[in-house]
Ligand binder design. Structure first.
Ligand code: GLU
Length: 495
């Protein structure tokens, strides 16, 4: 790369960030880091009617949670409003844009009229002269209108009969016939630019070297390239990331898919400020940010090897836009859990124990070391901290009942006597360690020719309340001698 890499993540604050948006941020971040570049956050809030309170903070909180901070910004287009007008005027002066005065009703009429005739209405050279704009009406009239304060917009004058050759790092060369292009609105009489104008002006002024964004912006690429040409500016390079598709079937991943199948589509929980509706977030569902980043990286990119686990540093080292594919990336909710399970195993037991304690009020008075020891025994079976209690409650609270089916299997004739004998074996063990317990109890079973199941099953049931849980000797060691004997005696009394 022979120029300074400067990339931007440019979300519009219209609600919570979809995980697709977070993937765009991640790919921008990875690209910037890989090339020692700058990652910029730009809030594209020119459409005030779609502005949602709290959305910008949500974006920042998300980037921080994921540990992919921006180095510049946040810039807000609403605070840069004064900049855009001169550029709009520059386009008028160079003949690349014109004033249009058509009302919404008039445009609707044309649209419907075309539809009725089986045609699509495009506001371009084809229809310009039939519409109300500075190309179809006299200069005098335009002046009068502008002075009278009526609403107007500024439209880009798309060229007629030209073939545009566009480049995309991921998709290669793209050819566009300019006759299909609409004369998009660039500026409105309320003094606000539209997305297209503000986006191009800002990318230019901020010296953006690469625009990395979602595929939904590919249809805007032609206009953007034309705008760069009209200003006489060099365009950045473009890379349009593939859509993230539903787990099954056609179409892109929506919040509805998540609601239906029970997974979040937003990184953080979001409470709609208007309706109060709460949407699930990966963070609150118990995902680790490393797992979220790892699965997002694989939505559209792959390293070309078998390796699936990538730390952020490894992603930075291996990421390459050339290895991003253009076909839609299918979202697999099970894979995200698989990643979380993996990152769970790598987490430090003390850290997990802290999270567990924070979630489970019964643990508030229990020693962190004890909780940490328990976590070490059960985390292998968990993908989320919120599964810990189900897997470990018997380490903290003695069972007050025994699973019915398991009791039938484990508590048989003769069990009571065996359990009494077991208590005396346990009582005789001075060095209450896992290995000693194992040797002594197994030795007793073998030498008395009892059969393992006959002892181990009722023992587990006595300690756990069901036939689940980690290794019995580990459980005994953790809860200790006194508690072990107490639980066995209670089970004896119930048989
Ligand atoms: N504001 C646009 C969005 O919300 C940005 C598109 C772009 O990156 O050019 O996604």
């Amino acid at each position: 790369m022979n120029k300074n890499v400067r990339v931007r993540f440019a979300p519009s604050p219209t609600g919570p960030l979809h995980i697709g948006g977070l993937r765009t941020a991640l790919f921008n971040y990875l690209f910037a880091k890989k090339h020692n570049g700058t990652f910029i956050l730009r809030i594209e809030d020119t459409d005030q009617s779609r502005f949602v309170e709290g959305a910008e903070q949500y974006i920042i909180d998300t980037l921080n949670w994921c540990n992919i901070p921006f180095n510049e910004g946040p810039y807000r287009q609403s605070e840069r409003k004064h900049i855009y007008k001169q550029y709009a005027e520059q386009l008028i002066d160079s003949g690349n844009a014109y004033y249009a005065f058509d009302t919404t009703e008039e445009l609707d009429f044309h649209r419907k009229d075309h539809e009725a005739k089986g045609k699509t209405f495009i506001y371009n050279w084809h229809n310009r002269l039939k519409l109300k704009n500075s190309i179809s009406i006299s200069e005098e009239e335009v002046k009068t209108k502008l002075n009278s304060g009526v609403d107007y917009v500024l439209r880009f004058k798309s060229p007629q009969d030209e073939t545009l050759r566009l480049k995309d790092i991921i998709r290669g060369d793209i050819t566009i016939d300019t006759n299909i292009l609409d004369d998009k609105v660039l500026f409105k009489s309320d003094g606000m630019p539209t997305y297209h104008l503000a986006n191009i002006v800002d990318d230019h002024l901020m010296e953006i070297s690469h625009v990395i964004r979602g595929e939904e912006w590919l249809p805007s690429l032609a206009l953007h390239q034309l705008l760069y040409n009209a200003f006489g500016w060099k365009a950045p390079e473009f890379a349009h990331l593939p859509l993230i598709m539903k787990p099954t079937g056609k179409g892109k991943l929506s919040k509805r898919d998540g609601d239906k199948l029970g997974f979040p589509v937003f990184p953080l929980e979001w409470k709609d400020p208007k309706t109060g509706e709460v949407s699930k977030g990966y963070k609150q569902e118990g995902y680790f940010p490393e797992a979220v980043l790892n699965f997002l990286a694989f939505l559209g990119w792959n390293p070309g090897t078998e390796q699936e686990i990538f730390s952020l540093e490894e992603l930075i080292a291996d990421f390459d836009l050339k290895r991003v594919h253009n076909a839609g990336a299918r979202f697999d909710p099970n894979k995200t859990k698989w990643y979380n399970h993996h990152y769970m195993q790598k987490q430090n037991n003390d850290d997990l124990a802290k999270q567990f304690k924070a979630q489970q009020f019964q643990l508030s008075t229990i020693d962190l070391d004890y909780v940490s020891m328990v976590v070490g025994l059960i985390k292998e079976r968990a993908a989320f901290v919120n599964e810990f209690w189900d897997l470990s409650h018997f380490f903290f609270v003695a069972p007050n009942s025994y699973d019915e089916k398991a009791s039938k299997k484990a508590f048989k004739d003769g069990t009571k006597e065996l359990m009494l004998e077991l208590v005396s074996v346990i009582n005789s063990i001075k060095d209450f360690k896992v290995e000693t317990l194992q040797t002594k109890i197994k030795g007793w079973i073998t030498s008395s020719e009892i059969g393992f199941g006959k002892v181990m099953m009722p023992l587990r049931l006595a300690l756990v309340g069901s036939l689940k849980g980690p290794d019995v000797f580990n459980i005994m060691f953790v809860i200790g001698k006194i508690e072990t004997i107490k639980r066995i005696e209670r089970a004896i009394a119930s048989i």
